[in-house]
Design a protein around this ligand. Structure first.
Ligand SMILES: Nc1ncnc2c1ncn2[C@@H]1O[C@H](COP(=O)(O)OP(=O)(O)OP(=O)(O)O)[C@@H](O)[C@H]1O
Length: 605
């Protein structure tokens, strides 16, 4: 899956951000833009008040001088008040929209039923850039407001200049090359940011892995500090080199744009001096033009800066909108009206199923034909990298086969409602999540409705712990089910790897009647005896579920003492099925399974 997080189009980005501002805080959005416009008007009026004062002095009219001075003071006071109110509104708007954007991305990222986007390096780059550029993104609306101020200021200045002499209108026009350059330079910076995304992620990863408790141990024991630091420096060197080239290019272009405007500025001042000398303009008008030309000069330097920053923040916003589109489409994937059968009658069938990860040379699974009958317990065994976890994820609908079909009671999984199918699945993985919540909550997440309901979840949670053969974990906890997990929290406790794993298995056992229970090496950190007890306990529950809902249990394990209890064992080798059958059948066959089984049995003797 190589779908591109392509540009969403500048106009769409702007309208999306404005809509977001409107949804986040209407009052602040309106105030921010209105006050910005009014602030620009009062700023432009300074020149007019100054003209009045100079004209009053020239004509000896004290009333005009006083009126001009009073107008100037009042407009300064209004300008300052508008600026203060505008800033308050902008900061409120910034906080509210930033919160909304994060919530929307969090929601969409979690809503995609498959894992393909999460595992694509390209989209990981985009996601991490989105998180890294939080600051830019929060500046989008303030920048747009600033741009609105600049636009109003340019228009008012242009109007006032035309009133003195239409030729002066050329001055703001000479600002255009400078502004056009801003578009080009922003594109250069965006492209360099994209090129630097991979080294930037690598640098972040190196910091994370060094700081994480697991990484910290190995960094010390393997003396990795110097090696990781050198890789960190290399990544930063790459980022600096890419950014440095881009910045040099940008500086050259910006200077060229400014020089064009400065030449026009000098020419317009010469024109006004000439007009006054010829008696075609008053000294007051000359003062007005001097103020306005100064403002235009400030505007050009400021506005190309504002424009560049606006475009840079719009690039971050573009990323937000593209991610929203991408994950939004992924969330729609698998939405279908075809329901999942309430009770499995026939089971799950894989016909000619292959799966190949992006950017890999060989398929992880190839031409798999497999029947998982309703009510059966199926163990999957095979060496590392044989394709066991990939098969489990395909069954869960976390990946879609690149070839072939998976049917559930003869309904193609591609055409049933994927979210509904995933609601009927429960699972525990070796790389399970460690939710640092109360013990009760960590387990009850396996049936999340229970947490939002009024019923006391404890009875169900204890039952799940029992099914997972994990009640012993409770005795080690100071407040039982009410213990906070994670030593980073007040009164929080940390658990051993095996204890965390037992809680993950208990979470999987919360689902009262799953159509499919996936246990992908969830007990690798447990001792073989505990794993054996766990599977025995589950087999008894599965017996009852077999009758009621036709539940299928799929177990991945390297422990043959557990595997042999399954009704059917599937042996994978290099992504294909090497053999399958019951333990007795496979031992009699004396093939790969028998070889692996005997090897392990000999090791225990
Ligand atoms: N996200 C991924 N991207 C690319 N290749 C992957 C990815 N996950 C797994 N693979 C590759 O697919 C193949 C099968 O991997 P899989 O995790 O399914 O094996 P496994 O039998 O579960 O291995 P193990 O016993 O080590 O857990 C391996 O060659 C692996 O390198």
């Amino acid at each position: 899956m190589t779908e591109n997080a392509a540009s969403a189009g500048r106009w769409r980005v702007v309208t999306t951000m404005l809509r977001l501002a409107w949804q986040a805080d209407r009052a602040a959005a309106v105030l921010a833009f209105v006050l910005a416009g009014l602030q620009a008007l009062t700023l432009a009026s300074f020149g007019l008040w100054l003209k009045l004062v100079v004209d009053g002095i020239q004509t000896g009219n004290p009333l005009t001088v006083v009126a001009g001075a009073a107008g100037g003071v009042i407009s300064i006071a209004i300008n300052v008040s508008f600026a203060y109110g505008g800033q308050r509104a902008q900061s409120r708007l910034r906080d509210h929209t930033r919160y909304m954007m994060n919530a929307q991305i969090l929601n969409l990222v979690g809503a995609a039923p498959t894992l393909e986007l999460h595992e694509s390096p390209q989209h990981l780059n985009e996601l991490s850039a989105f998180q890294r550029e939080g600051h830019q993104l929060s500046q989008v609306l303030p920048r747009m407001v600033e741009l609105c101020t600049v636009t109003v200021q340019i228009i008012t200045t242009a109007v006032l200049m035309v009133l003195v002499n239409p030729l002066l209108l050329a001055l703001p026009l000479f600002a255009v090359p400078s502004l056009l350059v801003s578009f080009k330079t922003s594109r250069i910076m965006r492209d360099s940011g994209r090129r630097a995304a991979t080294p930037a992620r690598l640098a972040e990863h190196l910091v994370e892995v060094t700081a994480a408790p697991g990484g910290a141990k190995e960094v010390r024991l393997f003396r990795l500090q110097a090696e990781l630091l050198s890789r960190f420096h290399q990544a930063h060197y790459q980022i600096r080199r890419l950014n440095g080239q881009a910045q040099l290019h940008v500086a050259a272009l910006s200077l060229a744009g400014r020089l064009v405007f400065i030449a026009a500025y000098v020419a317009s001042i010469a024109l006004v001096v000439r007009l006054v000398a010829d008696g075609e303009a008053s000294i007051g008008e000359a003062a007005l033009i001097a103020v306005l030309a100064g403002q235009v000069l400030g505007l050009v330097s400021g506005s190309s800066e504002v424009l560049q920053l606006t475009i840079r923040s719009l690039v971050a916003a573009d990323r937000f909108v593209s991610l929203q589109d991408l994950f939004g489409r992924a969330a729609q994937q698998g939405h279908s009206t075809r329901p999942v059968p309430l009770r499995l009658r026939r089971g799950i069938t894989l016909s000619d199923v292959s799966y190949q990860y992006d950017n890999t040379a060989h398929p992880a699974l190839e031409k798999i034909h497999l029947d998982l009958p309703a009510g059966s317990t199926v163990a999957i065994v095979g060496e590392n990298g044989a394709g066991k976890s990939t098969l489990v994820k395909l069954l869960a609908g976390l990946y879609s086969p690149t070839h072939g079909t998976i049917t559930i009671d003869e309904e193609d999984l591609a055409s049933v409602d994927l979210a509904q199918w995933q609601d009927r699945i429960s699972a525990a993985f070796q790389d399970h999540a460690r939710f640092e919540l109360l013990v009760r909550e960590t387990i009850a997440l396996g049936d999340v409705q229970l947490l939002s309901g009024d019923a006391d979840p404890d009875a169900r949670v204890l039952e799940a712990l029992d099914r997972a053969a994990a009640t012993d974990v409770l005795s080690a906890l100071p407040h039982g089910l009410g213990t906070q997990l994670g030593s980073g929290w007040p009164a929080g406790v940390d658990l051993s790897g095996g204890q965390w794993q037992k809680l993950a298995i208990a979470r999987a056992m919360m689902c009262p009647a799953p159509a499919l229970l996936l246990l992908d090496e969830p007990s690798a950190a447990l001792d073989p005896e505990t794993e054996h007890r766990l599977f025995e306990a589950w087999t008894q529950v599965a017996q009852e579920l077999r009758e009621r809902v036709g539940s299928i249990t799929v177990l991945v394990s390297h422990r043959f003492s557990t595997v042999r209890m399954a009704d059917r064992i599937v042996v994978l080798r290099n992504g294909t099925i090497a053999e399958q059958g019951s333990h007795e059948e496979l031992v009699r066959k004396n093939g790969l399974y028998a070889e692996l089984f005997n090897l392990q049995a000999a090791a225990y003797r």
